[in-house]
Design a protein around this ligand. Sequence first.
Ligand code: BES
Ligand code: ZN
Ligand code: ZN
Length: 485
Amino acid sequence: MQTSLVKTSKVGKNDNQVLLLSKDNKITSNVLTYEEKKYVAQKIKSGSSFITINKLAYSLFLVPFIKESKKFRLIEKYRDLGAKIATELNGLKLSEVNVTTSLSSKDEILALSEGMVLSNYQFLKYFSDAKKRKNSLKKVSVFSDKVSSKEVSELANLCISVCYSRDLVNEPLSYLTAEQMSSEVQKLAKESGFSVKVLRKKQIEALKMGGLLAVNKGSVDPPTFNIMEWKPKNAKNKKPYVLVGKGVVYDTGGMSLKPTRGSMDEMKCDMGGAATVIGTMYSLAKNKADVHVIALVPATDNRPGGNAYVPGDVIKMYSGKTIEVLNTDAEGRMILADALAYAQHYKPKLVLDFATLTGSAQAAIGNFASVTMGNASDTTFKSLEKAGEDTFERIVRFPFWSEYGGMIKSSIADAKNVGGAFAGAITAGKFLEIFTKDKKGKAAYPWIHVDIAGPAFLSSKDSYRSKEGTGYGVRLMYDFLTKQK
Ligand code: BES
Ligand code: ZN
Ligand code: ZN
C-alpha cells in the first residue's frame, strides 16, 4: 500500500500536525502551554531538527526554520526532515498527519511531504507476516493555500511512480523474468494510459537484434524488447524524446561468471535502468504531461547455460556492426547497443539511456550520483545537471574524448566489448556511442548516457532513499522532461 498524499482544506482539532515555523521561530500557537513553549524554545536553541509535543489526543511536530543559502540544498533538507518525521510518526504508531504552515514556501512544504511519503516505502511482498510489519503511517495531508491540489496530486503520482520503480528493482528473478517484466509494463500502461508494444523472441530474431540474442543464449527464459510511448495531443515537442533502459533482469556475468558475495548477490538490480524509464513513463502518463516520450527496454537475464555466448565470440549486432565478445559480463552494452541503434528510427530530439552499466562508475563516485557522458550540447547537459540538483538525483559529467575509443578496438571485428583495466565507465560509454551513429558514422541524434550503477541500489536505507531499489532517475527524468521547452 502506498502512503496517500492529498491536499486538505480543513484541519480537525485533534489532527496530528507538522508545523513549519517562520524565520524567527516564534510560536504563536495557542495550543501550547507555557511549559511546552519553554521546552520548544530550549530544543530549538540546542539545534533540534524537529520537536515532538505529544498532546492527549494528538501529536504536534514543530520544525524550526532552516538556514541554507543554496536553494536545492535547503529543499533536500526538508526531504530529509520528512523522512525523520515519518520515522517518528511510525514510532508513535500514528496513521495520519497534516503538514501545515502559513509562512514557508510551497517548495518547502512539498519537499517535506515528498520526503515523508518516499521514506515510508516498504517492500513486504515476501514476508508471511507482512501485515504486522506494515508502517502505521497511511496518509499525509497538505494544508496550505500556497499549494494547489493539482501540485499535490502531481507529486503524489510522482511518488507512486518512484515506489513502483523500486518495487521492480526489488523483485527477484524468481518472479521478475523478462516476460514477467513485460506483463507488468502492459498492466501499468493500461492503468495509466501510455501505449506499449512487446516484441517477442521470434520478432527479435527477425529484426536480427544480435546483441540481445547473444546475451539471452545461455538462458531458458526468452528475451523481450519493450516499446512504450506517451504521446499526448498537446505535446510541446515535435520530435520525441527517447529513453532507453537496461533490462538485465539478472546478471550472473554469464560464462565470465561473477564471484558471489558482494558482487553477484545484488544483481537483481541490473534492470534498474529499465525501472527508471518504466517509472518515468508511468509518471508522465499519470500526470498527463505535455511531452512526447518513447521508451525502449531490451530485457533478458544473463546466465551461463548450455548454449551461452562465450568470450571470443563475434556477434553481428542489429546495426550491422560486429563485436568481439571478450567478457560476457559486459552484457549491458550488448543489449543497449541494439536499442540505441533501433532508436534511430524515431529521429529523436534527444536520447537518454539509463543503465546499471559498470562497477567502474560506482567505484568512481559512489552512490551519490550517476556518471554521464555523450554528444549532447553543453546546454542539454546543464539542464540535466540542474534537474539533478533540484531533485537531488545528481549527475556527474565524465570526459568522453575520442582517445578512449581506441581502447575498444578489436583485431578481428569492428570493436570489442571491453576496454582495459582503466576508465571502465567511459569505455563502456564509447562502446554505446558506436550505435548512436548512422551508417556514415555521423551522430544520429543528441545523446546522454547515464550510468546509474551507484545510486540505483543501496545496501541500507539513506534518509528517504529506500534500502535496495531507490527508484533513482524517475524524479530526475520527470523534472527534466516536464521542464524542457
Ligand atoms: N551489471 C554490471 C555492473 C554493475 C556493477 C552494476 C555493480 C551495479 C553494481 C555489469 O554488467 C558488469 O558486470 N560490468 C562489468 C564490466 C566489465 C566486465 C568490463 C564491470 O563493471 O565490472
Ligand atoms: Zn555484467
Ligand atoms: Zn549487468
